[in-house]
Design a protein around this ligand. Sequence first.
Ligand SMILES: Nc1ncnc2c1ncn2[C@@H]1O[C@H](COP(=O)(O)OP(=O)(O)OP(=O)(O)O)[C@@H](O)[C@H]1O
Length: 378
Amino acid sequence: MPTNPTNPSNLRHPALPVDSSSLSLSIDQRLGSFHLQTELVLPAHGVTGIFGTSGSGKTSLLRLIAGLEYPDSGVIQLGDQVLLDTRRRISVAAHKRRIGVVFQEARLFPHYRVRGNLTYGMPAHASARFDEIVELLGIKALLERMPGTLSGGEARRVAIGRALLSDPQLLLMDEPLTGLDGARKDELLRFIAQLTKQVDIPVIYVSHDAEEISAIADHLVLMKAGRVVASNRLNHLLQRFDLTHELGGFDAASILEGRVDEHDATYNLTHLALNDTHRLVIPGTSAPIGSPLRVRILARDIALALTPLQSTSYRNQLSATIEDMTSLSTSPHSVELLLNVGDIRLRARLTRKSWDEMGLHIGKQITALIRSVSVAHY
Ligand SMILES: Nc1ncnc2c1ncn2[C@@H]1O[C@H](COP(=O)(O)OP(=O)(O)OP(=O)(O)O)[C@@H](O)[C@H]1O
């Protein structure tokens, strides 16, 4: 990779607001007829999902951050460290960026045992974390195995371990679940979601799978044709009616974070506290009491009633106010609603006929009905 670019562009890259360890970037790159023009400031903690249709520029963006590609012009800064500044002819080499990368395929060294793969590129000071990370990834029994003998999920976990042991300041994951089948994919997805909570390294997670992003991301960057359409907290973007189409693939839904309050062993249900006053009954989980849990409720899985119902199979009845409503030209039979449940926002979808017949309006108090069996948890 060149360190003295000969093509400084005349594009202006405005100063970006930088938190102590956030990632900020301003990139301009032409790849054939494709033009990546991206300005972003990403959080220093948690998982940022990069979502967009095929060819929107997700992988190109990741490769630029990793230092595997060099843009026509741009600035990339991780915390107070400038990784790239084409105008000042600064470019930190990929291997010096302290960025761990996990690709679509594990890319393990075939002639090294798992142990050798894990320690490859591990700085001496990171060796103290070897046992902890091996434990966390559940790969102790695999240490003496050759990569060719591993299952896809095992190999992916080793690749994640190798990236973590390189002592990164930032972890990039490019579709790390590609090619895994349903059960293994779910298992590794839950595992990565847990891992990102335990390891306080910011993660950028590229995927075109809405379910994966819903399970894992705190922040979402929505890309289209090389540009950032929106960048904000996942929940915030999911509430935006105007992005319903852009978030194609995401069913209109709400992501809620709660705490496990109680397990009902008789019926295998879990009670989740959403806040001081609201609870949800969801399918049973093994999550310990008090632990955080994320749930996703699809807009189409919420029904409304004017008053609480007495005899009903709906296990969840939340008192709510209609905060906003719109109709989308793509579905003229329905209306999109935003419900206010205390400090929580819920998206709901009804037929326009129900909206009219029930005399609903913005500001009206209603009861939101949610079937327990419809709630997905991660
Ligand atoms: N070296 C290159 N030369 C020409 N075009 C390129 C090059 N690299 C990428 N592109 C084009 O840039 C666009 C963005 O590619 P990129 O791989 O970043 O998209 P993506 O969002 O990751 O897609 P996918 O979800 O399919 O992996 C595509 O149209 C691709 O064909």
